[in-house]
Each structure stands twice: as structure tokens, then as C-alpha cells.
Design a binder for this molecule. Structure first.
Ligand SMILES: [Zn+2]
Length: 269
């Protein structure tokens, strides 16, 4: 039997919103079948709820508004806990910003680390290049020394070897030297006790001939004022009448200009 209109007419709104408990709802549905007034009320309310649901555009609130709303909630911790799905759903609206900030910070950190790594690699590369350059230099030096040694041994074994002993002059009384010369193979010059070179000066070795002296090369003595040097002299030079050493500007000159430090004339080997 249908409920009285006066008893249930107030349930129309709750029915439309779906908040009636099952018994009340069943009673209202039964009543609705025979009551035009309640049917009209339900139809009207459905129209209103539809309009309400669609009249307001759905928006994501600004972050500060959200914080204010959350702060105003009484016992908001409990509220969040009791309705986690709602909080999670609304938090999702702010995630893109948080993700963007995290990504930006991550990118800066990554770029900084990358920069440090690149700087480190550049330093290591420079060091490696310097080491390779030093190694190249060492190999070149070794080749030069080896080549000089072979040349010197060639001179010492030359059948046309001439020995010239040099004596220290007034500029270097304790200095002495010996030149072993082969027209075909060159000269091995060994000196000792030469004074330290003044700044911007160098010793230059000359083959003295009947004509102009011919430069054999430059002499850079060790700290003790000695050392052996191989000079690749030209086989075309006139017969030597002596060998001499002068002090000349760095780089040497085509003809001697400075003081004589060592002078010698050929003797038998
Ligand atoms: Zn009714």
C-alpha cells in the first residue's frame, strides 16, 4: 500500500540526490507511481540538479586557495585521513608544478655535475697531451743522441782521422779541448773547464783554414764547463790549419767576432 502523500512529499529531494535509505526509497518509489504531484516534483528537482552540476565550470583552484581551504578545515588531519581519495585527487592538480620544479632542480644538479666532470676530463686531457708531448720530446732526444753517438763512433773509426788539441787562452787558462776530425765524417769536439757562459752568449767552434774560418757549430758546455759534441762539418772545407773557440752572441755568427777561448793546431793521431 502506498504511503500517504503528506508523509513522503519531503523525500523527493533526498530521492533525487540518492540519499534515501533503502526502505524509505522503496516506499517513495511505490508512492511515486500513483502521485502526479510527487512525480512532477522529482522531474523538476532532477532538472535543477542537472543544471547545478553543469552550470559551474570545473576548475583547478590556485595553490594558495587550496592551502587556505585546507587550513580552515576543522581537524583537517582527520579529514584527510578519512577521505584520502579526495585529497589525493585534488593533490594531483598541483603535481605538474612540483614535478616541473623537481625536474628543474634535477637538471641544474645534473648540469653542474656534468660541468665538473667536463672540467676534470679537460684537465686530464691537457695532462695527457703534455705527457705525450714530453714523451715525444724524450724519443726525439734519444734519437738525436743515438744518431750523434753513431756519428761520433764513425768519426773515431775514420781512416782520415786528424787530432787537434786546443789550449786555453788568457780568457780561460785552465780550459782545454780536443777535436777529432774526419773530412768525410765530421768532428767530435770534447772540452773541459770552460768558464760559465754569460747571459745571451754561446761558444762557437771554428775550423781555421788558409782562407776564412768555417763555423763547425755551437758549444753548450755542461755546468762543469765540459762535454762532447758532434759537429757535422762539410767535406768541402779547405785543409784546416787549426781549430778555435770564441765567445759569440746566442745563435752564433758567420765569422768570429768575440775573444778566443781555445786555440789548437793539427797533430798526428
Ligand atoms: Zn505524492
Amino acid at each position: 500500500m502506498s504511503s500517504a502523500h503528506s508523509d513522503v512529499k519531503g523525500d523527493a529531494a533526498a530521492y533525487v540526490l540518492g540519499t534515501l535509505d533503502p526502505d524509505d526509497r522503496a516506499a517513495f518509489v511505490l508512492h511515486l507511481a500513483g502521485c502526479e504531484e510527487c512525480t512532477a516534483e522529482v522531474r523538476a528537482l532532477r532538472g535543477v540538479t542537472y543544471v547545478l552540476a553543469h552550470a559551474v565550470p570545473q576548475r583547478t583552484p590556485r595553490a594558495e586557495l587550496r592551502l587556505r581551504v585546507l587550513a580552515s578545515l576543522p581537524g583537517k588531519q582527520t579529514a584527510s585521513a578519512s577521505a584520502p581519495s579526495r585529497v589525493t585527487a585534488s593533490s594531483r592538480s598541483w603535481l605538474p608544478l612540483a614535478a616541473t620544479i623537481a625536474l628543474a632542480i634535477g637538471t641544474v644538479v645534473y648540469a653542474t655535475r656534468l660541468q665538473t666532470r667536463v672540467a676534470d676530463l679537460e684537465t686530464r686531457l691537457e695532462r695527457a697531451i703534455a705527457q705525450a708531448s714530453q714523451a715525444d720530446q724524450a724519443v726525439a732526444d734519444a734519437r738525436r743522441v743515438s744518431s750523434e753517438l753513431q756519428s761520433a763512433m764513425g768519426v773515431l773509426a775514420a781512416p782520415d782521422l786528424v787530432r787537434i788539441d786546443l789550449a786555453g787562452q788568457a780568457t780561460a787558462p785552465t780550459a782545454s779541448a780536443r777535436a777529432l776530425w774526419s773530412r768525410a765524417r765530421g768532428m767530435v769536439f770534447t772540452a773541459s773547464n770552460l768558464p760559465p757562459l754569460p747571459e745571451g752568449r754561446v761558444y762557437q767552434v771554428w775550423v781555421v783554414t788558409g782562407q776564412a774560418p768555417v763555423s763547425a757549430g755551437l758549444l753548450m758546455p755542461d755546468p762543469a764547463g765540459g762535454g762532447s759534441t758532434f759537429f757535422s762539418t762539410s767535406p768541402d772545407i779547405p785543409p784546416p790549419t787549426g781549430v778555435a773557440v770564441t765567445l759569440e752572441p746566442a745563435g752564433g755568427l758567420p765569422a768570429p767576432t768575440g775573444q778566443f777561448y781555445l786555440v789548437g793546431t793539427p797533430g798526428a793521431v
